[in-house]
Design a protein around this ligand. Structure first.
Ligand code: MRU
Length: 360
């Protein structure tokens, strides 16, 4: 992996961008350095992409899916001159490998699966030609994601009243997708429709996606934003500053239970206690119909150092016992509506989700 450039404030590097043809590479903005540095890195191997996903250089469910799709193309580059059987073996190997990068966001597995289906149904008779088809599929996943973000924004904007305070948790913006984001796309679309809104961004311990990334994005897009500590969310609701909550999701079960960044569940409970609607914005690629409820969503456990030594400074006694689940699951009953690219789903029930999203 190479660092290629540090950008200035006017033109941030894209979240992910494929460069050149099938022999190309994957550029991405290294999100671990934001907001202090806008540095682009170039992934040239599947190992680079695995590391970038695992260490959250690229993060957010849809962006992870797009990065993994391109990661597969990088992984099969070593087999471009091989026979098809060897190429398929390599494809299976890199797919399995990338699937171990992070466990919760289903978009990762969805994208890997889509790439596998292209290979399985291909009638190409050369490895290079098949790799080109895989690259085209990765580009298509990226294109679709951009369109899904825009549609989510259009559908969600109608939920926000003029003059609303809206709270969000973690980062579900352009940094988390190939487009404008999911939750943040709703804010951008509401603002574009002329509504004045004010966003409260939870800082989102332990990795501060809200403080580092969401405020960065909203400032660039000139959306008024106020940063709060996670522990302040209940109080700003009590003070009447928040009329709606919108978050993203990493995986949504068939009944609407939604996994998202740790702390989201607490926000949903707080919203319920204050009579504030809690919305989850997510594309169809984030739904996992193989899981009846959220009870079986795998929750990523991350390194204790993220809590005890966040960003390099030790803030807890050495060897203290730490629990660091990266996600939690909000039960469907706390979600006022799901905002998808195919429209709003409310009330959130398995039947309504299936009616809007499941293929006939
Ligand atoms: O650990 P992260 O930063 O990848 O977690 C991201 C989130 O929880 C986002 O809210 C979610 O992926 C939705 S992104 C549109």
């Amino acid at each position: 992996m190479t660092a290629t450039a540090t950008h200035n404030m006017t033109a941030p590097p894209p979240t992910v961008a494929w460069e050149n043809g099938v022999d190309g590479a994957l550029r991405m903005l290294d999100q671990t350095l934001l907001p202090l540095e806008e540095r682009e890195i170039t992934c040239r191997t599947v190992e680079d992409v695995w590391e970038a996903i695992r260490s959250l250089r690229v993060r957010g469910a849809p962006a992870i899916g797009v990065a993994a799709a391109y990661g597969i193309v990088l992984g099969v580059q070593s087999a471009l001159g091989d026979d098809l059987e060897t190429f398929h073996r390599r494809l299976a190997e890199v797919s399995e490998y990338l699937a171990t990068s992070r466990p919760t966001a289903v978009n990762l597995f969805w994208a890997i699966d889509r790439m596998g289906q292209v290979a399985a149904s291909s009638d190409s008779d050369s490895a290079r030609e098949l790799a080109e088809q895989l690259l085209e599929e990765a580009r298509e996943i990226e294109r679709e994601d951009r369109e899904m973000c825009a549609a989510i924004g259009r559908h969600g904007a109608e939920l926000l009243e003029e003059g609303s305070g809206v709270l969000t948790h973690c980062n579900a913006g352009g940094l988390a997708t190939a487009g404008d984001g999911t939750a943040l796309s709703v804010f951008f679309a509401a603002a574009a429709a002329g509504k004045s809104i004010h966003v409260y961004a939870d800082e989102t311990r332990p990795l501060l996606q809200g403080a580092r990334l969401t405020t960065w994005e909203l400032q660039r897009r000139r959306i008024p934003v106020t940063l709060i500590c996670d522990s302040m969310a209940g109080w700003v609701m009590k003070e009447g500053k928040v009329q709606a909550v919108v978050t993203g999701a990493d995986r949504i079960a068939a009944n609407g239970d939604a996994a998202n960044k740790i702390g989201t569940y607490s926000v949903a409970l707080l919203a319920r206690a204050h009579g504030i609607p809690f919305y989850v914005a997510a594309p169809s690629s984030t739904f996992d119909f193989s899981l009846a409820t959220g009870a079986d969503i795998p929750i990523e456990q991350r390194n204790a150092k993220e809590i005890t030594n966040g960003f390099g400074k030790q803030t807890a006694p050495v060897d203290v016992d730490v629990y660091n689940p990266a996600f939690d699951v909000t039960p469907a009953e706390y979600i006022a509506a799901l905002i998808t690219e195919r429209g709003l789903i409310r009330p959130v029930t398995a039947e309504n989700i299936a009616a809007v999203l499941e293929p006939a």
